[in-house]
Design a protein around this ligand. Structure first.
Ligand SMILES: [Zn+2]
Length: 397
């Protein structure tokens, strides 16, 4: 149904615009979203974007939790931050870069919904281009049917891979994974800083330090403000045949007095409630960004930690144990039980030793100050690079 609207609005666009001829498309200026409005009508909720031009778009539904996803070409967003703005069936919305050339808007909706129409209107009475969708409550069966219809039309998800350079003898490949990114900001600090920015800044510093050592091939899962699903992150490590995967985070917690770094490895049974809660939060990344988990096969999602993984796990634990004292030396406080474990999806490569580092808590003012400062970031990066050196000196994976 949505595809039909797409065609309909494209026709409208062709009629109104009259310049979209094949082969003559000039380099268009970037699309801009200048305003967003939610409108409550008698029997429907309207989500409106004011835009600088008519967008190409793809709309689909997601379940568990209920969401509507609108994919657009890359847009400049000048409509302010998406904040919790409950209206009608829309509980919240957010936007961000989903992948190169694709911006994404995700609407959290209160229950099963259907999209009545998606419309693009040309500029009129002082208003710029407007794109809107009308949403209405529906029943679970109708929602699931629309979901299934969209999925049938989908190509299987392609995992973008970073090709590893040819490996020489005694070279180790390390993947540095900057947590969150793009549409998924991660935790938000006391001062408003986004976790995704901190993780990228520290990850780049780690890469730059490790790259000085010719023994290492260093890859990053992302080197930009872009979203990657947890599965894609795991895939980068696996396809590179990585010897070590380090995922960088800096989360927040409801207790502002809590501070300090901690290192996590994978386990189906969490070491404590706090670790379990943290893994739950981190695993939400895909939900926040509107990744359709149900369409993925379960090779990564459902991997059981069996005997084959035990060796990998042992290496992960060894690295985690080397990392903690290095972080303590960097000046960052280290949590009491500094090595913990839980079911982090990003650590689920069965054949790549993987750890997740929480550099500190953005919910704590002192930690946040360190994490935001260039010197603090550099100290943490040096600590992690030093631990990598120690690990490969003593362990031969
Ligand atoms: Zn995180």
């Amino acid at each position: 149904m949505v595809r039909r609207f797409f065609r309909a609005s494209l026709m409208l666009l062709l009629m109104c615009w009259g310049v979209l001829q094949p082969g003559t498309a000039p380099a268009a200026p970037p699309l801009e979203v200048s305003a967003v409005r939610l409108g409550l009508h008698e029997d429907k909720t309207r989500f409106v974007m004011e835009m600088s031009a008519a967008p190409a778009y793809d709309i689909f539904l997601l379940a568990d939790p209920y969401r509507i996803v609108i994919d657009l070409p890359q847009v400049n967003w000048n409509a302010g931050e998406g904040t919790a703005e409950r209206k009608g069936v829309i509980e919240n919305y957010r936007w961000g870069l989903f992948k190169k050339d694709t911006s994404r808007v995700v609407l959290d909706v209160a229950g099963p919904v259907k999209i009545l129409q998606a419309v693009t209107l040309p500029p009129a009475s002082g208003k710029p281009w407007r794109f809107f969708i009308d949403i209405q409550k529906t029943d679970e069966a109708a929602f699931r049917a629309a979901l299934a219809e969209h999925r049938q039309n989908q190509e299987p998800e392609q995992v973008a891979l970073v090709a590893p350079p040819p490996t020489e003898a005694r070279k180790y490949t390390i993947v540095v994974d900057a947590g969150h990114g793009g549409i998924d900001p991660g935790a938000i600090g006391k001062s408003g800083v986004y976790e995704k920015k901190i993780t990228l800044a520290v990850s780049r510093k780690i890469r730059d330090l490790l790259k000085k050592n010719p023994k290492y091939t260093v890859l990053m899962t992302r080197d930009d403000d872009i979203f990657l699903s947890l599965r894609e992150r795991v895939a980068v490590g696996r396809h590179a045949g990585a010897d070590l995967f380090v995922s960088i985070h800096a989360d927040s917690i409801s207790r502002p007095d809590f501070r300090g770094a901690a290192v996590y490895t994978l386990s189906e049974n969490a070491s404590d409630d706090e670790a379990a809660e943290l893994a739950k939060e981190e695993n939400k990344s895909d939900l926040i960004a509107g990744v359709d988990l149900s369409a993925q096969d379960d090779t990564v999602q459902g991997i059981l930690i069996d005997l084959a993984q035990r060796e990998t796990k042992n290496f992960s634990v060894k690295f985690a144990e080397m990392l903690t004292p290095e972080i303590a030396r960097s000046g960052m406080k280290v949590r009491g039980r500094s090595h913990r474990f839980a079911g982090f999806r990003v650590l689920k490569a069965p054949d790549v030793p993987s750890v997740l580092v929480e550099l500190g808590y953005l919910s704590n003012r002192e930690d946040e100050r360190i994490l935001k400062s260039g010197a603090g970031q550099q100290n943490l990066a040096e600590a992690i690079a030093a631990a990598v050196d120690k690990y490969f000196e003593t362990v031969d994976p």
